[in-house]
Design a protein around this ligand. Structure first.
Ligand code: PLP
Length: 359
């Protein structure tokens, strides 16, 4: 067996320890005589898996009691519709557009009501986070929407926007569990797990209880009401059972590592190795404004498309895979999620240094 250093933006690297445990339990989960994939989601064994996963997530994120944790399907993209369907009581919401995922959410919301773009960084290829300290937010907006970490562009909100008392809704797909957060500042925190937590197919929604109501937009399907899933504790229908099981294992791995403070410190150390090199390199440079840099997604370029392509190709041959940047940015992107070991980043930088010397 040989594993590569996988810098994919998502689905992405998972902790080897978790994969190994899953392999060990594949045929017989803890004496049940079956795989987690084969068991009823209504069984006692599975109930313990999903309940433990929720309890561990609550502990890791210090989630207050007046928030529900929902394990849903449909990916982060389904939330682009579910959020307005459930929250747009006044048919109006404010969107801060800092990348393609925020833009897609903004466009989707326009189907359901008036989505107002209150800030954007599209004028400079989303390479920065706009000043959100004093935005013109409509009085009757039902919420303010952000994508907290912009996977494609490599920017992150270092401070949350001033919502002027409005409910904050955040897509945290690519920074989920990368550092501690104050959940009480948000109405909804949600993310697809395939970036930083688990296998594709699960989306986690952390939602303040007062936002869960029967008062959804007319025509909202039962499956797209938060209330349906909150009332049934994520077991209204068959949940993505195996995916939730893996997420639960990752939560335990994070707890063992010392929780999100320790995780943040580790992520900062890792990102610094790469950013410090980009800042001193004569060949490579980062593409985003320094103060807005993400700890998770690091886009960089040489400024020469052919050289970029050569780098990606040679890196792959050396065991550093999925470094090609998003087509709208070009160049390279290294996603260095929680499960990317520090050693992977150190070795990548050593490879970049060597490439710079030789080219
Ligand atoms: C990947 C990603 C999405 C889309 O996720 P799907 O689960 O494929 O719908 C949305 N938002 C962000 C920030 C992402 O990184």
């Amino acid at each position: 067996m040989s594993r590569v250093y996988n810098f994919s933006a998502g689905p992405a690297v998972l902790p080897e320890e978790v994969l190994q445990q899953a392999a060990d339990e594949m045929l017989d989960y803890q004496g049940s005589g079956m795989s987690v994939m084969e068991m009823s989601h209504r069984s006692k064994v599975y109930d313990s898996i999903i309940k433990t996963a929720e309890a561990d997530l609550r502990e890791l994120m210090n989630i207050p009691d007046n928030y529900k944790v929902l394990f849903l399907q449909g990916g982060a993209s389904q939330q682009f519709a579910m959020i307005p369907m459930n929250l747009m009581k006044h048919k109006k919401a404010a969107y801060i557009v800092t990348g393609q995922w925020a833009k897609k959410a903004f466009q989707e919301a326009q189907i359901y009501g008036e989505a107002v773009k209150v800030a954007s960084s599209e004028n400079e290829t989303f390479s920065y986070i706009p000043d959100c300290s004093d935005l013109d937010i409509p009085e009757d907006a039902d919420y303010v929407y952000i994508c907290e970490n912009n996977t494609i562009y490599g920017t992150k909100f270092q401070t949350l926007p001033n919502t002027k008392g409005h409910t904050l809704v955040a897509d945290v797909s690519s920074c989920f569990l990368s550092e501690p957060v104050d959940v009480s500042k948000y109405g909804i925190i949600y993310g697809g797990v395939q970036k930083n937590i688990g296998p594709a197919g699960v989306v986690i929604v952390i939602i303040r209880e007062d936002l869960i109501t029967d008062d959804t937009l007319p025509g909202t399907p039962t499956m797209l009401k938060y209330k349906t899933h909150a009332d049934a504790e994520s077991l209204y229908n068959t949940p993505p059972a195996y995916g939730i099981y893996i997420c639960g294992k990752v939560f335990q791995w994070l707890k063992k590592m010392g929780g999100l403070e320790a995780v943040k410190q580790r992520n900062e150390e890792k990102a610094k190795i790469l950013y410090d090199f980009l800042d001193e390199s004569k060949m490579f440079r980062g593409t985003v404004r320094k103060q807005d840099r993400s700890l998770m997604n690091v886009p960089f370029v040489t400024g020469d498309k052919e050289l970029d392509a050569k780098f990606v190709k040679e890196a792959e041959a050396a065991g550093f895979v999925n470094l090609k940047g998003h087509r709208t940015v070009g160049g390279m992107r290294a996603s260095i999620y929680n499960a990317m070991p520090k050693e992977g980043v150190e070795k990548l930088v050593a490879f970049m240094k060597k490439f710079e010397e030789e080219n």
